[in-house]
Design a protein around this ligand. Sequence first.
Ligand code: 5GP
Length: 177
Amino acid sequence: MSPFIASTILLTAEDIQRRIVELAREIERDHPGDVEIHLVCVLKGGFMFLADLIRRMQARLTIDFIATSSYAKGTTSSGEVRLLKDLDTALEGRHVVIVEDIVDTGLTLMYLQDILRARAPRTLRTACLLSKPERRQVDVMIDYIGFTIEDKFVVGYGLDFDQQFRNLPYIAILGES
Ligand code: 5GP
């Protein structure tokens, strides 16, 4: 048995769902007319956020998935980012929104923005559910932030620790039992 537990609830399922409605509205407001929005979900942590976000959107949209290396069985970043799974379709001329679970040091997002920008999308924006600004190592641009949180390792709502806890409908601080 793992000695780790999701100890303190930081954001309830209701907090998250309420904020996602607002984020969906903000994203649609920034893409007026009949433009198609192409959402690029960063696996694995972003899958639940993407699923709830797109169900709150009425715009024409498409989705794709990309995966980068995550922390190896720990709670601190190695600072090295690698592409594990690339997109299925090209981005040229499209209105792209990166959908990310959490921005911590910012290194992953900076890397993703750089490689995706090089594929010549018409616009490139980023939505992240959580941001930990205290931990930032690079000045990365985020267009939509769900919640700004303090420097605590969190799990739930797609976010894992050692592949566990992704199924929680809320976000909690990881603690020891
Ligand atoms: P960054 O490159 O910004 O340091 O880290 C981004 C990635 O690290 C996130 O996509 C996520 O996978 C992981 N990460 C950063 N902070 C946390 C956290 O508090 N909890 C979990 N579960 N993952 C985190």
